[in-house]
Design a protein around this ligand. Structure first.
Ligand code: S3P
Length: 172
């Protein structure tokens, strides 16, 4: 049996948390969301961390948390959308788990992030422009890190989970 963790990557609003939770319950594994873990460890929410420490401070915390989570045994890990920016994170994730990239259109991302106030990068006047810019910058990193890519556009979370289980040959 394969004992790697399953690590979900993809942009904001690609459904990493929803799909991760569902996948973990189908597989009987623990689910962990790296953003929630960063918040729990720092005692502050993500917008606060960005305000106080800047994006660089948040990225340092993210790298440290990811390095710990991948050593905790087999689980389903949802990462933040920018977890693949740093080369050392890409190496780490790729070597420590089966990495699934949830590919999503900017249109879908906009719908899923519309009411959210917890994403500092989308606080500006042009969230759509920001999402398009980030997608162009980060797409090569997602692709370079993933073992499996699933296009989630128009698919329900249950369908995406079924597809991951099938393609990774996992035993529910
Ligand atoms: C970020 C995505 C967020 C969170 C932080 C930065 C990014 O996670 O880590 O706001 O750089 O794309 P989600 O992808 O879960 O929204």
């Amino acid at each position: 049996m394969n004992c790697d963790s399953i690590i979900l990557i993809g942009p904001m609003g690609s459904g990493k948390s929803t799909i991760g939770r569902l996948l973990s319950s189908r597989l009987g594994l623990t689910f962990i969301d790296s953003d929630r873990e960063i918040e729990a460890r720092s005692g502050a929410n993500i917008p606060w961390i960005f305000d106080l420490e800047g994006e660089a401070g948040f990225r340092d915390r993210e790298t440290a948390v990811l390095a710990e989570l991948v050593e905790e045994g087999q689980q389903v890990i949802a990462t933040g959308g920018g977890a693949i920016i740093r080369p050392e994170n890409r190496e780490l994730l790729k070597s420590k788990g089966q990495v699934v990239y949830l590919q999503t259109s900017v249109e879908q991302q906009l719908v899923r992030t519309a009411k959210d106030k917890n994403r500092p990068l989308l606080r500006g006047p042009d969230p759509e422009g920001t999402l398009r810019r980030l997608a162009a910058e980060r797409r090569p990193y997602y692709e370079a890190t993933a073992h499996l890519t699933i296009n989630t556009n128009g698919l329900s979370p249950r369908t995406v989970v079924r597809e991951i289980i099938k393609q990774l040959n996992l035993k529910p």
